[in-house]
Ligand binder design. Structure first.
Ligand code: NDP
Length: 266
């Protein structure tokens, strides 16, 4: 029996144990997935070996610690500096980022999208902006504070703060990449901006899941196709499962049992 876990703080809300265990059971794989609340991210590597696990997912706030805990990183994780999936091979830890490919796949279901506006410039925006650009999308970033925009500017993205944003801009897809609306009823940027850019957009996406945020409600009021963060979560989980089980199962094969986790409220 192989053991897996999710490290995070907090971690009690995570759907990952249910998602992965449903897939293990259904596919007849001898795996068991738990959750581990880790206070100090510096301890991640030692904890990994101490628990005797085969693989792990890593959530907020330890994705940078996970990056540092690995012996080997795949090319994309290396580029974005954040790891959310670790697999033990021999005595070495291999790190991957499956959030960004999960997001890419989730938005791939919308047609004719070229230009994208990210509201937010945190860790998730960083990895997803890079993968989107590599896939041919044009991504601009709008963030509340200037500080976090510096690394995007270095990467060559067009960035805006609330003071410099032009509401005449046009984007095919608008994405809430912030935590605004997760535990409050706030918008990720001044609502006036949203009232100008959403009507011109073809679709809107929120990375938050399990709750309809004010951003998503507003997008729906304009009858736009929308998506919350559930597909991103599901797809990052499927890709992580492929790493955990070393490619033994296909994407659709894993998806079928794993998506049942979204029928349950936890
Ligand atoms: P970070 O903490 O790295 O970044 C947070 C970002 O949100 C910053 O740009 C911050 O702006 C902005 N922000 C926070 N609150 C507000 C607010 N009230 N108004 C405007 N801007 C705000 O977070 P992450 O990038 O790690 O995560 C972002 C979101 O993505 C979270 O909600 C997380 O749950 C979700 N997520 C979803 C996943 C999924 O599978 N669906 C996977 C990973 C993350 P500033 O710089 O000004 O502080």
């Amino acid at each position: 029996m192989q053991l897996f876990t999710i490290f995070g703080n907090p971690v009690s809300h995570s759907k990952s144990p249910l998602m992965h265990n449903l897939a293990f059971w259904d596919l007849g794989y001898r795996g068991c997935y738990t959750r581990y609340q880790l206070q100090n991210g510096e301890e991640l590597r030692n904890k990994f070996f101490e628990l005797g696990i085969q693989g792990a997912n890593i959530t907020v706030p330890h994705k940078e610690h996970a990056f540092n805990a690995c012996d080997q990183l795949d090319e994309f994780a290396q580029k974005v500096g954040a790891v959310n999936t670790i697999v033990k091979k021999g005595e070495k830890l291999y790190g991957y980022n499956t959030d960004a490919p999960g997001f890419l796949r989730a938005i791939g279901e919308f047609r004719d999208i070229k230009s994208v506006l990210f509201l937010g410039a945190g860790g998730t925006a960083q990895s997803t902006s890079i993968i989107l650009r590599e896939a041919g999308y044009e991504v601009d970033i709008l963030n509340r504070s200037k500080k976090r925009l510096e690394r995007f500017e270095k990467e060559g993205f067009t960035t805006y703060t609330f003071d410099t944003f032009t509401i005449d801009n046009h984007y095919d897809l608008v994405v809430n990449m912030t935590s605004a609306g997760l535990e409050d009823e706030s918008y990720p940027c001044p609502v006036l901006f949203l009232e100008k850019i959403i009507p011109k957009a073809k679709a809107c996406v929120d990375v938050i899941y399990g709750k309809e945020t004010p951003f998503l409600k507003l997008a729906k009021s304009y009858h736009k196709p929308t998506k919350d963060g559930s597909d991103m979560l599901l797809y990052q989980g499927i890709i992580a499962f492929e790493y955990f089980t070393e490619g033994k199962f296909g994407f659709e094969e894993i998806k079928e049992p794993m998506q049942k986790a979204f029928l349950v409220t936890i």
